[in-house]
Write a protein that binds this ligand. Structure first.
Ligand code: 5RP
Length: 233
């Protein structure tokens, strides 16, 4: 397993260890959270924890949770979420995030923001000084508005690109049936203002800036050849 996978696995394990019995858990999307889902399932199967119910943030999270034996429910059936575990594409020093690499950021923001505690699981390569340094900012857009929205995103200073499918002709279609525009900014100096400005464009459903949502970041690192997990509270 390469170093990045080892870091992802270790933070996934550390996040799964934070899950307590009799709780409602938000289950994020992506390759790092996939490890957390796997380890939560292992802990349930081993009898270490019991009476967990998960709220998946995507079709992927739903499929994985079923595979690993985690009972699921929906937001209609619960009045709170105790803990949400989710990955990120970038994390800045203020614990603000860019998410949406898996085009699931709309549901992720609903679930992660509702949680009493939101724990982010990342490998050390995701840590940046300024958001937008390494990753494009995803924006979910309803299909009929794609042309005007792309023009207005450009007017905000970003370079918009429609996300295309891999091993699928045509654009990526989200779990909600919408399109994703990836926006290149040189640097996002005011994430809070940009998050609001983008979401104010008619036709935009949600963007991947998560400002002031994360409580704890678990960062996977390799130090002297050994995997370690650093906690940022
Ligand atoms: C999906 C996400 C993911 O959490 C993010 O892309 C990180 O993914 P990975 O853990 O595979 O690097 O926001 O929409």
């Amino acid at each position: 397993m390469d170093a990045v996978q080892v870091m992802k696995q270790e933070v996934g394990r550390a996040a799964a260890a934070m899950v307590e019995s009799n709780t409602i858990v938000g289950l994020g999307t992506g390759s790092t959270t996939a490890y957390a889902i796997q380890f939560i399932g292992d802990r349930l199967a081993a009898g270490e924890i019991e009476n967990i119910v998960g709220i998946p943030t995507s079709f992927q999270a739903e499929v994985l949770s079923k595979q690993y034996g985690i009972p699921l429910t929906s937001l209609d059936a619960v009045d709170h979420i105790d803990l949400a575990i989710d990955g990120a594409d970038e994390v800045d020093p203020n614990k603000n995030l860019i998410k949406g690499g898996g085009a699931a950021h709309t549901r992720e923001k609903v679930v992660d923001a509702l949680a009493n505690k939101f724990v982010v699981v990342v490998d050390s390569g995701k840590m940046v000084d300024v958001l937008g340094s390494t990753f494009l900012l995803p924006v979910e857009v309803i299909p009929m508005a794609i042309a005007p929205v792309m023009r207005q995103l450009e007017a905000l200073g970003g370079k918009p690109e429609l996300r295309m499918g891999v091993k699928k002709a045509g654009p990526v279609v989200t779990d909600e049936g919408n399109l994703v525009v990836d926006l290149k900014f040189e640097a996002i100096k005011d994430p809070a203002a940009l998050e609001i400005a983008i979401n104010n464009i008619p036709g935009v459903l949600e963007n991947g800036l998560f400002v002031g949502v994360a409580d704890t970041i678990l960062v996977g690192e390799i130090i002297d050849g050994e995997p370690k997990v650093r906690t940022i509270n």
